[in-house]
Write a protein that binds this ligand. Structure first.
Ligand code: PRX
Length: 571
């Protein structure tokens, strides 16, 4: 097989004239697919669900297949319309209004999706939190967003510091609980009483719908604010990149606590009227292959870490399953190694299509379309209507094959519209009309983009974005830790792992037990994916004269690389 280039196949998007479509495509064309195009009444939840429920040909089509080890359920578009209406009525009854923040902190389940859509239907802003978050992570996000309501499960409630959150008025509990009182709402009891009809709150395209918290290199996680207008991009990329057709069974493996799990685990499939599979439970190669086989999945969106794990489980396992329904596979979140693509060609007999985007971009921007010749190792080309380039630090475009800042001409439909309560942070993303991604890349003569790395200290471990500052802050809360510096260390399976350098306070000495205790401390305080896999005790942590931790230097030490310019290093 020629790994230089993998040839085109056909898809919804006719790539034969990529150039022409690219030149001529205008986001206005996408608008004609929505009812607000004619009615002027907008709500993304209406477009994703109710519109299909009102169509006699689609009303009884399965919208959601929920499959977990202990629970199997199928819900039609009508079912989802009704359950989200019920939840919207519950929210109204308890005083939730347009633009209020309602957070969700629970595993994927049919209740999650009813609640998420119900929040959007009242015009409120949904804030999904990953179920593995521990108290500090939950607290930071609820505090910053000033959420007035939270939907969670009795099990997870103990990680919610309810009494310390003055803005949080009520908690909806999904599941049996002894927790009683004004502030607690019993999900199942209230849903039973609630009407299945609801007058959707019509909003403006620029009204908010979603807050996703994500990490930068400094400070606490920031609230990335998305608006209803994003539906244009979710719909169109769903059609042309995911290549969704109405009889597809689509599986996106991402949790809705991350942006992939909302943009492409909720919006893109349902805006395209496609059956969406949600799988609960943990990763295991056997169970994932079984899911692909049993559910007859046709389109599958996952991440390099998962593919690498499947790859290391060996090709013999794959042969035990019938995966003939699968026709299109995509990847996001980290660099997709050419060897993983080669594995896909051999084990799945399919190309794995890389897609590049970010929490802030709300949707795919640079992609390998089904009908684009693929160059393994490249992220592909900009989506039609998107202008991407490589620019220098002054905002000038660089010629092909020169490495620089990967930048996108602003705006596009799904671009974030704010960083919650931090306008100066938001502004700092833009230069000369370009959105600066923080990634470095180059573009070849044929217009393909090649990812090179992050330009800041943000860590990408198993496709999850971790801010070093957040981990460092937690580490120094431990009584034994004096100072901490955290970096991403390259790892063949996870992309990067988190490595922490620490200094110890007087009276503590290094031991296996102590290091394990510190690791557990971060895991229990923040989340498992933020806990350092490696901890190393140092005498000092290198800092600049202004007191900033020099993570770049720590990384050079770790990798045995030249240390570069250390003129700002403190004495
Ligand atoms: O560094 C890039 C990497 O993930 C970052 C965005 O992370 P997050 O906001 O969590 O969103 C992930 C899912 C949309 C980017 O700045 N990244 C994302 N996709 C790719 C990638 N790196 C290489 N190749 C990709 N396809």
């Amino acid at each position: 097989m020629n790994m230089q280039r993998i040839e085109t196949k056909s898809g919804n998007f006719n790539m034969n004239n990529y150039g022409e479509t690219y030149q001529n495509f205008n986001w206005d064309e996408a608008k004609s697919n929505f009812s607000w195009h004619t009615t002027g009444k907008v709500n993304i939840a209406y477009e994703a669900i109710d519109r299909h429920a009102e169509n006699p040909d689609k009303a009884d089509q399965t919208a959601l297949i929920y499959s977990a080890p202990d629970r199997e359920e199928k819900l039609t578009f009508t079912d989802l319309k009704q359950s989200s209406n019920q939840f919207a009525n519950v929210l109204k009854k308890h005083g939730v209004e347009k633009e209020d923040r309602v957070f969700l902190f629970m595993p994927r389940s049919p209740e999650f999706y009813a609640a998420f859509l119900g929040i959007l239907k009242v015009g409120a802003i949904a804030g999904p939190l990953f179920e593995a978050f521990m108290e500090q992570a939950v607290r930071d996000r609820l505090e910053d967003s000033e959420a007035s309501m939270l939907v969670t499960t009795p099990d997870l409630l103990e990680r919610v510091p309810f009494n310390d959150l003055p803005h949080l008025k009520k908690v909806v509990l999904v599941g049996e609980s002894d927790q009683k009182g004004e502030a607690y709402i019993d999900y199942h009891a209230e849903m039973k009483e609630a009407s299945k009809s609801f007058d959707v709150e019509w909003v403006d395209l620029e009204d908010g719908m979603l807050l996703h918290y994500t990490s930068g290199s400094t400070g606490k996680p920031k609230g990335v604010y998305h608006v209803h207008n994003a539906m244009l991009q979710h719909y169109q990329t769903g059609k042309w990149v995911l290549d969704l057709k109405e009889d597809d069974i689509y599986w996106c493996t991402a949790d809705p606590g991350w942006v992939t799990g909302t943009s492409y685990g909720i919006f893109a499939p349902w805006l395209n009227g496609v059956t969406n599979l949600v799988r609960g439970g943990r990763f295991s190669p056997e169970q994932w292959y079984e899911t692909l086989q049993e559910k007859e999945v046709t389109v599958w969106y996952s991440a390099p870490t998962a593919f690498r794990k499947l790859m290391s489980a060996g090709e013999d396992i794959v042969k035990e399953y019938n995966l003939t329904n699968l026709r299109h596979v995509l990847s996001v979140g980290e660099p997709l190694n050419p060897e993983v693509i080669a594995w896909g060609m051999s084990a799945l007999e399919l190309r794995i299509h890389d897609t590049w985007w970010m929490t802030e971009t709300g949707g795919q921007l640079i992609c390998n379309f089904p009908a684009l010749d693929m160059k393994p190792g490249s992220m592909g080309k900009p989506f039609p209507g998107i202008v991407a380039s490589i620019i220098d630090n002054e905002g000038n475009e660089l010629p092909p094959n020169q490495m620089g800042n990967l930048a996108i001409k602003a705006p596009w439909p799904s671009m974030m519209r704010a960083i919650w309560k931090r306008p100066e942070k938001y502004e700092s993303y833009f230069l000369n009309g370009w959105y600066i991604s923080g990634d470095s890349a180059y573009k070849d003569e044929e217009g393909y983009f090649w990812f090179q790395g992050r330009l800041d200290d943000v860590i990408n471990t198993s496709g999850e974005r971790v801010g070093p500052f957040e981990v460092e802050s937690k580490l120094i809360e431990h009584p034994a830790v004096s100072e901490a510096g955290v970096i991403g260390k390259p790892d063949p399976e996870r992309g990067e792992i988190i490595k922490a350098f620490i200094t110890l306070n007087d009276g503590y000495s290094e031991s296996e037990e102590l290091l394990e205790e510190i690791r557990q401390f971060v895991k229990k305080g923040l989340s498992a994916h933020a806990a350092p896999r490696e901890l190393e005790v140092k005498d000092t942590i290198p800092k600049t004269r202004s007191g900033k931790i020099m993570r770049r230097l720590l990384k050079s030490w770790e990798l045995g690389l030249p240390t570069g310019d250390v003129s700002t290093l403190e004495e």
